[in-house]
Design a protein around this ligand. Structure first.
Ligand code: ZN
Length: 127
């Protein structure tokens, strides 16, 4: 096995010999096959150009949506700061409630105590 490998590389591969090897492989297929293949290369270049046009459009759309995303981020930050802890964003964690909108933990309202009858279910009592 090792001898075979040594035989393969016995002849030094000069740049000239390498060029001969490449030319021999490249000459293997006929003129018609080469023409058909070159037509496909040309078609592929056209398709790649089409993809480039679409990618440019995507880039323009990404840039176009950015101001709106920025506005949403600013609005969301304001809403988080002024959060009213809407009912559909509240989750009961047994020992407290959590608002999924602002990520705040809120203590459970003591609705059963007579001294705080004005406290309704779901109201923020931690602030
Ligand atoms: Zn909240």
């Amino acid at each position: 096995m090792e001898t075979e490998t040594q035989d393969l590389f016995a002849e030094p591969v000069t740049p000239e010999l390498a060029a001969k090897h490449i030319a021999a492989v490249a000459a293997h297929h006929g003129k018609n096959e080469k023409l058909a293949w070159k037509r496909k290369v040309k078609k592929m270049m056209g398709l790649i150009d089409e993809v480039g046009v679409v990618e440019q459009e995507i880039l323009e759309l990404v840039l176009k949506k950015q101001p709106t995303l920025d506005e949403i981020a600013i609005l969301r930050a304001e809403m988080t700061k002024e959060c009213i802890h809407p009912k559909d964003h509240l989750v009961h964690l047994t020992t407290c409630l959590m608002c999924k909108f602002c990520d705040k933990r809120i203590s459970i309202p003591r609705i059963l105590k007579a001294e705080s009858p004005e406290v309704d279910e779901g109201e923020d009592v931690s602030q």
